[in-house]
Design a protein around this ligand. Structure first.
Ligand SMILES: Nc1ncnc2c1ncn2[C@@H]1O[C@H](COP(=O)(O)OP(=O)(O)OP(=O)(O)O)[C@@H](O)[C@H]1O
Length: 254
C-alpha cells in the first residue's frame, strides 16, 4: 500500500535519506526507530511530499505521489492534485499541529469540506463519530488550548481520519506528551491497528512497536540498516548500530 523506492533527500551537502526503499503492505504496521537526526521524520515528510526528494518515488495504493498521469506521460502534480493525493495520507505530528484559533470541530471539518467536497452536515457527522471513537465526545466546541496534550493528539488523529485516508503516518506522536498521557494516545493507535489501518509509525515506544508492528526498521544516518519482525530487531539485532541504540535505550530505562 505504501511503497517508497530509492528515496534520496539532501539538505545542501548533507544527505538525509540515502537511497531508502520501504514497503508497507495493506493493513500492516511498520515501526521506524533510530537515533535522533537519523532521518526518520524526513522519510515521512518525503512520503507525503511535504519535502521534495532528489530522486526516487513514492506510491500509495499504486498512485505515484507528486505526479499526475497525462496524455504525454507523467508530469509533476499541480498543488491541487497534490492536495488530493495527500488526502489519502493521514499525518500525525509530534506537536499536534492543530489550528489554535479553530474549535475541535472546525479543526476536523475544514479539510474534508475543502478537499473531499463534503457538505458541512456530512463533515460534522463524520467528525462527531470520530471524536466519540477517540473518547472526546462533548468537546466539539473546545479550543486546542483548553485541552491536555493527550486530548490534542487524539483530536489530531481524529482530524487525520476525518479525511478517510488510505494510510496513516505517525511522527513520534507521543514524545511531546507527559508520561501519564502517553497511554491514552497509544490506545487510540492500537484500535486503529486492530481495524486494519496501514500505518508507518516513527516511535521511541518500544513496547508499542513490539506489540503493534509487523515490521520494525532501524534507521541510521539516512539509511535502513536493519529490518525485520519486532522479535528479530528488538531481541536479536544483528547490526552493531542497532545493538548500540537498543542497549542505550535499555540503560536509560533502567
Ligand atoms: N529543513 C532542513 N534543513 C536542513 N537540515 C535538515 C532539515 N530537516 C532535517 N534536517 C537534517 O536532516 C537530518 C535528519 O533529520 P530528521 O528530523 O529526519 O531526523 P529524525 O531521525 O527524525 O530525528 P528526531 O528523532 O530528532 O526527530 C538531521 O541531521 C537534520 O538536522
Amino acid at each position: 500500500m505504501i511503497s517508497a523506492r530509492n528515496l534520496v533527500k539532501r539538505f545542501g551537502d548533507f544527505t538525509a535519506l540515502d537511497d531508502v526503499s520501504i514497503d508497507v503492505p495493506e493493513g500492516r504496521v511498520c515501526a521506524v526507530i533510530g537515533a535522533s537526526g537519523s532521518g526518520k521524520s524526513t522519510l515521512l515528510r518525503c512520503i507525503n511530499q511535504l519535502e521534495p526528494t532528489e530522486s526516487g518515488e513514492v506510491l500509495v495504493d499504486g498512485k505515484r505521489i507528486g505526479w499526475t498521469e497525462g496524455r504525454n506521460g507523467p508530469h509533476r502534480a499541480s498543488e491541487r492534485d497534490l492536495r488530493l493525493q495527500r488526502a489519502d495520507i493521514g499525518m500525525v505530528f509530534q506537536h499536534f499541529n492543530l489550528f489554535p484559533h479553530f474549535s475541535v470541530m472546525q479543526n476536523l471539518i475544514e479539510a474534508p469540506m475543502a478537499v473531499r467536497g463534503l457538505s458541512r452536515a456530512e463533515a460534522r457527522e463524520r467528525a462527531s463519530n470520530l471524536l466519540a471513537e477517540v473518547g472526546l465526545e462533548g468537546r466539539e466546541d473546545a479550543f486546542p488550548s483548553e485541552l491536555s496534550g493527550g486530548q490534542q493528539q487524539r483530536v489530531a488523529i481524529a482530524r487525520a481520519l476525518c479525511m478517510e485516508p488510505k494510510v496513516m503516518l505517525f511522527d513520534e506522536p507521543t514524545s511531546a506528551l507527559d508520561p501519564e498521557l502517553v497511554g491514552e494516545v497509544l490506545r487510540v493507535m492500537e484500535r486503529l491497528v486492530k481495524k486494519g489501518m496501514t500505518m508507518m509509525v516513527v516511535t521511541h515506544e518500544m513496547d508499542f512497536a513490539r506489540d503493534a508492528a509487523d515490521r520494525i526498521v532501524f534507521f541510521d544516518q539516512g539509511k535502513i540498516v536493519e529490518s525485520g519482525s519486532p522479535g528479530q530487531v528488538l531481541d536479536s539485532p544483528e547490526h552493531p548500530r542497532t545493538q548500540a541504540f537498543l542497549s542505550r535505550l535499555l540503560r536509560v530505562r533502567t
